[in-house]
Design a protein around this ligand. Structure first.
Ligand SMILES: NC(=O)c1ccc[n+]([C@@H]2O[C@H](COP(=O)([O-])OP(=O)(O)OC[C@H]3O[C@@H](n4cnc5c(N)ncnc54)[C@H](O)[C@@H]3O)[C@@H](O)[C@H]2O)c1
Length: 347
């Protein structure tokens, strides 16, 4: 099938990532980039990439069918709507918008112009998340009670626009939108309430970390913790289910599973703690549990582009639906309200 001509707006960190992927793509062909900064255009040209002299000139290029927008969070709407009104299909980086009204204006522009619009939820292809989803969906540990999802670093928030409120900075918008989307993909989109605490350790203007509890209508729970001041990282994922537990220490590692074979135990050996003995907290043995590892699932993040282009060509369902985009954003906005008031917020 003929490759779809695509261009990237914003040739910064993530724009560079999109360019690399489009240059190798089996479904798309890079037409060029547009960046508001001259030096970024010059850099692109020095790498043999065509740089459009203006945004208008890109919008007027009839060969371009798809535009990927990778610019700071507060400037998405205007650039996205101009592209949609020019009849282009659009992928916008996350968080797609900073308010529901803004997101709805973009969705309305896509529908009015009969083109497709999506946001780049590339972390749906993270193998650690896929391993958790696989265990949840297979039912091998019975009903999953809760999942804890953590990403810990120790370098504070980046000192660019991500540290500034007016540009939609902060870690909830930066990482939260991915980690929330992953948990909603596992547990479903029926969120009951959220409770969130934000960190302000290295930055007073925006959150430089957070702990977010999501309660689902099903009774299941997700805890998402993002830290930029953690010099010892806690495990990436921890799952509790009716018939066992699963753990991923680091995104490079396989999943460790302990599955309960028999609930009842005979002759439990007590464990000595400094202040006394405990049978309740003594570890189980291989008579009542199986311990095994789940290999890392296969994943190719370019499927994001493959599926979106297929959806455009065949008028099919896109991976990241408008309703999912709205729910991800609703959870973030409710998390901000919860952090401000110190109270849980119903969705
Ligand atoms: N999905 C992911 O994994 C992921 C990872 C990093 C960043 N992002 C997202 O990508 C977007 C960009 O982040 P980044 O890290 O690349 O930022 P960046 O600061 O590295 O790059 C932004 C680029 O956009 C250019 N720019 C700004 N306004 C513009 C405009 N109106 N028109 C054209 N160019 C413009 C800047 O000159 C700069 O080169 C953000 O929305 C961010 O949240 C996503």
């Amino acid at each position: 099938m003929k490759k779809m001509r695509a261009a990237v707006v914003g040739y910064g960190g993530m724009g560079g990532w999109h360019v690399e992927h489009l240059l190798k793509s089996d479904v798309a062909e890079l037409a060029g980039i547009y960046d508001i900064k001259e030096e970024r255009s010059e850099l692109a040209k020095s790498r043999g990439i065509y740089a459009y002299p203006s945004y208008e000139s890109l919008l007027q290029d009839p060969t371009v069918e798809l535009i990927t927008v990778a610019i700071p969070n507060d400037s998405h709407e205007e650039v996205v709507i101009a592209a949609l009104n020019a009849g282009k299909n659009v992928i916008c980086e996350k968080p797609v918008a900073l308010s529901l009204e803004s997101l709805d204006r973009m969705i309305a522009a896509a529908e009015k112009n009969g083109v497709r619009f999506s946001t780049h939820q590339n972390r749906r292809w993270d193998v650690d998340y896929l391993a958790m989803k696989q265990i949840h969906d297979s039912g091998e540990l019975g009903k999953v009670l809760n999942i804890e999802s953590r990403v810990h670093g120790s370098r504070g928030i980046p000192s660019d626009w991500r540290g500034e409120k007016e540009h939609g900075g902060g870690m909830l918008y930066d990482w939260g939108i991915h980690l929330i989307d992953q948990m909603l993909m596992v547990f479903g989109w029926d969120v009951k309430s959220v409770y969130c605490l934000c960190d302000h350790i290295t930055n007073q203007e925006v959150d430089d970390g957070f702990r977010l509890d999501i309660h689902f209508q099903s009774g299941q729970r997700a805890t998402i913790e993002l830290g930029t001041y953690n010099f010892i990282a806690m495990p990436r994922f921890y799952m509790r289910a009716e018939k066992g537990s699963a753990l991923i220490t680091d995104w490079r590692e396989e999943t460790q599973v302990v599955k309960c074979k028999h609930w009842h135990e005979n002759d439990v050996l007590p464990v000595k703690t400094a202040a006394g003995l405990t049978k309740t907290m003594a570890p189980r043995d291989s008579v009542t549990t199986d311990t095994y590892r789940v290999p890392r699932p296969a994943s190719d993040v370019h499927d994001y582009y493959r599926h979106f282009i297929k959806a455009i060509r065949e008028n099919g369902e896109q991976d990241v639906t408008y309703e999912q985009m709205r729910t991800d954003l609703k959870v973030i906005l409710a998390a901000f309200r919860s952090a401000e008031t110190g109270l849980p917020v119903e969705l």
